[in-house]
Design a protein around this ligand. Structure first.
Ligand code: SF4
Length: 437
């Protein structure tokens, strides 16, 4: 029987040692890093569900690529090693491909980075999957089996109704509390800095009965599981969310998601989210100094978004407001104002990242045209915490140091405690709201 090793390069990556140190010492940042590291790689577990029965397979989560990992994989005598990596870990995935290919084993990489830059990936891996993996997977395995795996393999647009239960059983043993469920793919908007809206094809929603089946399977594994919806913008589509919310409510598990602030204009939806167990919605406030192209109706002044955040929280859903520093127009003074603005934001959690030109985004194309990509900041620096482009109104050093100061302020122990208290107040209030209806 041929064997495939599925390898997810997981964990929170920061290449800059000073930032790494800051991340370890600030409780808010550390909590975020731990939450990201705890999420299982949904893409590979989904592909595993489409693997034909004459193949055997195993799943590996690796925080780093080293000899021990290569040995561990080779012990399975695989015909193929399939790797999922984000931009920040793509260079490690290339090193893994080199080591694996030296042992005569085929390698393939898929995901957003691979879809954006297939020719780059092909310099390191035997093959690259572009687009939806589910529809390319049989071809990848067939070619590996026949010894002819090479080049670009394009996945056709996957029908969400054909979704299968991810192979949670392949996860390493141990108590895992966070699980990911995808209810939609892509986004109807097209923010300039976002890859998901362009690389994943048109916005598609998964039938609620498929979501319900996944939730039931997770609950059977861990009745105390926490669900992270692996969506880019839940509830942004035209479908009536009632059935999806019913599935979530029936599962009875707390869940986190990503939305845009306009859900506040649908108070019934926000209340139904809270009643269905939504603990927190991540909402992009983005940059207060720059209105990105492609945001469409999501674009609004920060104060309007703050009102929306307060309204969502009044319904019992805590909001994690996401701010971006380093967009065009950012200055030392505006960075200081950003600190004030974030501190004044009513959200029960905040997230601050640096503008990052990921491959496949309109932002990267524009900055490349303007000659503003920093060539020495290779992919491992695309962590959302390191400057990778030339700002238009300040120096790289000033942006990086201003960002560090902001991180230290916003993720300080006192701030982390204050926002944790806010979250608990909102959740307590939600129980009262639900009980009174
Ligand atoms: S709303 Fe979010 S997911 Fe949609 S395009 Fe903008 S950043 Fe991407």
């Amino acid at each position: 029987m041929p064997h495939v090793c599925l390898v997810a390069l997981t964990g929170f990556r920061v290449a800059d040692p000073e930032l790494r140190e800051l991340g370890l010492s600030l409780p808010g940042l550390r909590r975020r890093g731990e939450a990201i590291a705890a999420l299982p790689a949904l893409g590979l577990l989904t592909l595993a569900a489409h693997t034909p029965s004459h193949w055997t397979q195993c799943f590996h989560e690796a925080a780093a690529v080293d000899d021990a990992l290569v040995e561990e994989l080779c012990q399975h005598r695989p015909a193929l090693v399939a790797i999922s990596a984000l931009t920040a870990s793509i260079e490690e995935s290339y090193a893994l491909c080199t080591a694996i290919r030296a042992r005569g084993v085929f390698s393939v990489i898929g995901g957003l980075h691979a879809t954006a830059l297939p020719q780059e990936v092909l310099r390191h891996a035997d093959a690259v999957v572009v687009g939806d993996g589910e529809t390319a997977w049989l071809s990848v395995l067939g070619r590996a089996e026949s010894g002819s795996l090479q080049g670009v393999i394009r996945g056709e647009q996957f029908r969400m109704a054909d979704s299968r239960l991810p192979r949670w059983d392949l996860l390493p043993p141990g108590k895992r509390r966070r699980f990911t469920v995808q209810t939609s793919r892509g986004c109807p908007l097209a923010c300039e800095f976002c890859g998901a809206s362009r690389l994943l094809g048109p916005y598609r929603q998964k039938p609620p009965q498929c979501v319900a089946a996944e939730l039931a399977a997770i609950k059977a594994i861990d009745p105390g599981a926490v669900i992270e919806l692996a969506d880019d913008n839940t509830f942004a589509g035209p479908d009536d969310p009632a059935e999806l919310l019913q599935a979530l409510a029936e599962a009875g598990l707390p869940w986190f998601t990503e939305c845009d602030w306009r859900i506040s204009q649908r108070p019934e939806l926000c209340k139904a989210m809270a009643a269905a167990g939504c603990a927190q919605a991540l909402v992009g406030v983005e940059s207060p100094v720059h209105s990105y192209a492609g945001m469409g109706p999501k674009g609004a002044p920060a104060q309007r978004m703050f009102e929306a955040i307060a309204a969502i929280q009044d319904c019992g859903v805590a909001v994690n407001a996401c701010f971006v520093a380093g967009a065009d127009g950012e200055t030392r003074q505006s960075m200081e104002q950003l600190g004030e603005l974030v501190a004044a934001c009513p959200a029960a959690d905040v997230q601050l990242t640096l503008q990052t030109p990921f491959p496949g985004t309109a932002l990267r194309s524009r900055l490349a045209r303007e000659g503003r990509l920093l060539e020495d900041r290779t992919w491992k620096h695309h962590t959302l915490f390191e400057v990778t482009h030339m700002p238009d109104q300040m120096t790289v050093a000033d942006l990086q140091s201003g960002f560090r100061q902001l991180l230290a302020r916003l993720y300080s122990p006192a701030e982390a405690r204050r926002r944790a208290k806010m979250r608990h107040q909102i959740w307590r209030g939600r129980h009262k709201l639900v009980a009174s209806e």
